[in-house]
Design a binder for this molecule. Structure first.
Ligand code: NIG
Ligand code: FE
Length: 417
């Protein structure tokens, strides 16, 4: 199939000549082609340019193309949501209400709610039910212009249920238009029955779960919740190093609730990304910039937990490559709306419109090791393209809280119109 998207007011290509994750002022250079058109063939991008340029060079292809008229609209790469807890059983609106009445997130978790409540529901939910529920969530992501999501396990906390979550993600990767990239997060919480025996559980993750994840090819990344009362930096380091030895790339939930030198640890173990970072230290931020660790910031979580926002502005200024994501999960961020999250990043983390676009496309793609395939509109890259019904990219956040997605093309196929 050949598709021509023609005459968009702006084509945001993100193809600014920088190889690798973007930092500092590179994050503001979103490389716009005005009055632009995009030609796709099969599952690849052929070219971006003016309609007359494309017609002159690709007349034959264009003659057989399905034409999408983007007059008055803008075009950009499909959004990449690089941090979600996609596959999970149940919902937790009750806890939301408890928090509105004064309980804290960690109090609820320590009393057996929070991650433990979702773990119970996930264990009880069948593979088929989990698959159906998650498929519906992916449909919603797609309608909001998200064409790739990362999916973390971590609501099983025993091998059987962790495997079930990872296999649901794997089946969805095979059957759903949205690309699903898997992360193993067996160390998301210490199961209730291991209280006081935390190291025993760490050993199970290291010696029993991780080797099977690697052997069965169920995940590319290995993540851990490094937090006071969850996993210590030392335990986190052991888990991440063990994954590394098996070929799993480290990620880390770092400095989310209380400062715990998670950002520092991420830089030290060579993690591809440190995520959350609400209360990351100055030193941690400096070390991340030095190591090139991507900061995956999740302002929806700060918003929903009424916690301080991560210092996105400072991180960009210090040279940390920043990505932004929903953290979609049933406890701290039950939304699939990456466009809303982008707005929060502008309003509460001091990031600019251009930086936020970079953070949800090319930098997010690099955070899941897909920067060479997706995240920008460049000849040869995967044909994941969205058309948005706004006159220019500034309107995306100006008209906030709305879904501007008009057309979604995934792997060269029109999947939302
Ligand atoms: O990213 N920090 C840990 N995990 C999730 C929350 C999980 C939950 O509350 O169910 C997070 O915020
Ligand atoms: Fe998370």
């Amino acid at each position: 199939m050949t598709v021509l998207i023609k005459n968009a007011n702006e084509v945001i290509t993100l193809n600014n000549g920088v190889a690798g994750p973007r930092t500092k002022e590179q994050m503001r250079d979103i490389a716009i082609v005005e009055n632009g058109s995009v030609l796709l063939d099969g599952d690849r991008i052929v070219a971006v340019g003016s309609l007359s340029q494309l017609e002159a060079e690709y007349a034959e292809l264009i003659a057989q193309a399905q034409v999408i008229d983007a007059t008055g609209k803008i075009v950009m790469p499909g959004l990449v949501d690089c941090h979600t807890h996609l596959v999970h059983g149940g919902t937790r609106e009750q806890e939301f209400n408890m928090r509105l009445n004064g309980s804290t997130y960690m109090e609820i978790m320590n009393a057996g709610g929070g991650i433990h409540a979702t773990t119970k529901r996930t264990r009880e939910t069948s593979f088929e039910e989990l698959y159906d529920k998650t498929r519906k969530h992916l449909d919603m992501f797609l309608k909001h212009g998200v064409t790739t999501v990362e999916a973390k396990s971590g609501y099983g906390l025993d091998w059987e249920a962790e495997k079930k979550q990872l296999e649901v993600a794997k089946k969805l990767q095979a059957t759903h238009a949205v690309d699903v990239v898997s992360t193993f997060m067996g160390a998301h919480a210490v199961p209730r029955d291991y209280k006081g025996r935390e190291d025993e559980f760490v050993d199970i993750v290291i010696h029993e779960m991780l080797p099977q994840v690697a052997e069965l090819g169920l995940a590319e990344f290995n993540d851990v919740f490094c937090e006071h009362g969850v996993f210590t930096p030392e335990q986190s380091r052991r888990i991440l190093e063990a994954g590394k030895a098996l070929g799993l790339t480290p990620k880390i939930h770092a400095d989310e609730i209380e400062p715990y030198e998670g950002a520092e640890l991420a830089a030290e173990v060579g993690a591809i990304s440190a995520e959350h970072l609400l209360v990351a230290s100055d030193e941690g931020i400096r070390k991340m910039a030095e190591a090139g660790t991507i900061a995956v910031l999740l302002p929806g979580t700060a918003f929903f937990l009424r916690a301080p926002f991560a210092r996105g502005r400072l991180m960009v200024d210090e040279g940390v490559p920043v990505a932004i994501s929903t953290d979609f999960n049933p406890g701290s961020s039950p939304t699939i709306s990456l466009p809303f999250i982008m707005n929060l990043a502008c309003m509460n983390m001091g990031m600019t419109l251009e930086e936020v676009l970079t953070a949800t496309t090319i930098n997010a793609a690099y955070a899941i090791n897909r920067g060479e395939q997706i995240g920008s509109l460049e000849a040869g890259k995967q044909a994941d393209v969205i058309v948005l019904d706004v006159a220019n990219y500034k309107q995306l956040q100006y008209f906030y809280g709305m879904n501007h997605t008009n057309t979604v093309i995934k792997n060269g196929q029109v999947v939302v119109q």
